[in-house]
Design a protein around this ligand. Structure first.
Ligand code: ZN
Length: 140
């Protein structure tokens, strides 16, 4: 499989590694939104949130917590954004699941949540029902 993150995990491609455990690797994003922008990836290939097993995702989260604290304190940040882009319309470019940890600084100019699309009357309940209808079909 031609996956750049699998190659980083195997050591075939170098990266500025931050943290590693049995299930997870964290390394600096080579095109950072802010310095210290870190990616946390599962060592077992999964495309994104739609593809990963719940167990594999759960095994990553302690690393996300640890690395977040280290990025926050190590970079002297004032905040953090934790994001995951899933599929191209959401900005996913590398198709190996990764969680972004982005340190934030007062006035750093990075724009997220740049728009709001208000619901019309009754529309919010319709939208909630569409999502709940699928959720009820899933086996947990
Ligand atoms: Zn991969």
């Amino acid at each position: 499989m031609d996956c750049i993150f699998c190659k980083i995990i195997s050591g075939e491609i170098p990266a500025a590694k931050i943290y590693e455990d049995e299930n997870t690797l964290a390394f600096l994003d080579a095109s950072p939104n802010n310095h210290g922008h870190t990616l946390v990836v599962p060592k077992t290939h999964a495309k994104n949130i739609l593809d990963v097993s719940e167990d594999a995702l759960a095994r990553m989260m302690p690393a996300v917590k640890k690395v977040s604290k280290a990025v926050f304190e190590g970079m002297g940040a004032a905040g953090l954004n934790i994001t995951m882009n899933n599929e191209p319309p959401a900005g996913q470019v590398i198709f190996h699941l990764h969680i972004h940890i982005i340190p934030r600084f007062h006035g750093d100019g990075l724009k997220v949540w740049t728009r709001k699309i208000p619901y019309k009357s009754g529309e919010m309940e319709e939208v909630a029902e569409k999502i709940r209808a699928v959720l009820h079909t899933l086996i947990f």
